[in-house]
Design a protein. Structure first.
Length: 406
């Protein structure tokens, strides 16, 4: 069997990670039977209690966020000659998982095999979810494969967690493999599973994202707004603005109400495809539906105008968002400056640079470069040189500051 994070076999039973061993070594008396009854984390812990009591003590510590104490309880039991059992170790694994200590949970699972204890499906599921929540997709996927080799059945929730971990890591191939694998095992994906898999495909495989809609209909799973938002995002990443609009129509026909994320995604698709008029139409449509555009929505709309060299429209949108008490960020100003730069409106670009500084925003290299580009395109060499000099001086000052701090 392929074991993960396997440590060299030690004499006796080793249930502790190196971190916990260091914790114990700082107070050797904790390893004695007398200390087991007097230690604060073990108060009321009876070595003669049954398995259920030991597991409850460990679980109690875990639920309270004291995963170290849970490990100490397990170590005390071993040090005093009490045989560990699968129930107590599972309780400790759950305590570590609850505290998001996936490494410790995984180590305990490995040691269960080394000690000949039976690892049940629920134990694997607990560790897999802990790994998935920590975005450790490789560990989660390998554990799923391992539990199947032992004839243990994962549940839908466990598979969904693993697929979500793959989505966070942009591992769309692994996500699709898991989705197909769980169906081969007779598991029916739910809405959370499909949404996670769609998100995994959004950045690199938009056809795969749309394929999920067909699969959902086949399984009788009704898409929700999150589903469509993820599919629209996939279309936006591939400049498929017409398909994004079709999805908007489809979701509305199914009685689903688009939100700000929905419209922002479609506007992004239009912006990337240089469909600025369509982007502005959608911005108006969402406002007509009583949806309030956020900074991201406006910035994306400004980007659509910038790509089409519609600098006046870009500045109009910048003013409009400020009238709605929205505060432009560095990205918003940079996008607006680039719109002016492409149209050789160097004076407007410099005014925006001054304005963002008055707002307390620090221009980045992209912002200053856009202003320099605006000046050079208009053959304003003096202003371009001044900007370049200022940027160089700031870089020198920043480097000196960082050197002094180090």
């Amino acid at each position: 069997m392929n074991k993960m994070n396997r440590q060299p076999q030690q004499s006796g039973k080793a249930w502790l990670t190196e971190a916990t061993l260091r914790l114990l070594q700082s107070d050797p008396e904790q390893l004695t039977c007398s200390a087991a009854s007097s230690h604060p984390s073990s108060r009321g812990y009876n070595l003669g209690s049954d398995v259920g009591r030991r597991a409850q003590d460990i679980l109690r510590e875990g639920q309270a966020g004291r995963w170290q104490n849970a490990l100490l309880l397990l170590a005390d039991m071993e040090a005093c000659g009490r045989a560990s059992d699968a129930i107590a170790v599972h309780a400790c694994i759950k305590a570590c998982a609850t505290a998001q200590r996936w490494r410790e949970a995984l180590q305990l699972l490995t040691e269960m095999h080394d000690q000949g204890l039976v690892r049940k499906a629920i134990t694997y599921r607990t560790v897999i979810r802990a790994c998935a929540q920590a975005q450790k997709w490789r560990e989660a996927v390998l554990l799923l494969a391992e539990m199947q080799r032992w004839g243990l059945q994962p549940d839908v929730s466990t598979c969904s967690s693993s697929i979500n971990a793959c989505a966070e890591a942009k591992q769309w191939r692994q996500a699709l493999w898991l989705l197909n694998e769980m169906q081969d095992q007779g598991l029916v994906p739910d809405i959370a599973t499909f949404n996670a898999s769609i998100s995994a495909c959004a950045d690199a495989y938009h056809k795969g994202a749309l394929w999920h809609l067909t699969m959902m209909h086949r399984h009788g799973v009704k898409p929700n707004v999150i589903t469509y938002d993820a599919c629209i995002n996939a279309c936006a990443n591939r400049q498929r603005w017409k398909e994004a609009l079709q999805l908007l129509t489809e979701m509305q026909e199914q009685g689903l109400v688009p939100n700000v994320i929905t419209f922002s995604g479609i506007i992004s698709a239009c912006a990337r495809a240089q469909q600025w008029k369509e982007a502005l139409r959608l911005l108006t449509e969402m406002q007509d539906q009583a949806l309030v555009p956020d900074v991201t929505t406006y910035t994306t709309s400004i980007r659509a105008c910038a790509k089409a060299q519609q600098w006046k429209e870009a500045l109009r949108l910048l003013t409009e968002m400020q009238d709605q008490a929205l505060v432009p960020d560095v990205t918003t100003y940079t996008t607006s400056i680039r719109a002016c730069a492409k149209a050789q409106q160097w004076k407007e670009a410099l005014l925006l640079l001054t304005e963002m500084r008055h707002q307390g925003l620090v221009p980045n290299v992209i912002t200053v470069n856009a202003c320099i580009s605006a000046c050079t395109e208009a053959q304003q060499w003096k202003e371009a040189l001044q900007l370049l000099t200022v940027m160089q001086h700031r870089e020198v000052a920043r480097s000196q500051c960082q050197h002094a701090q180090s």
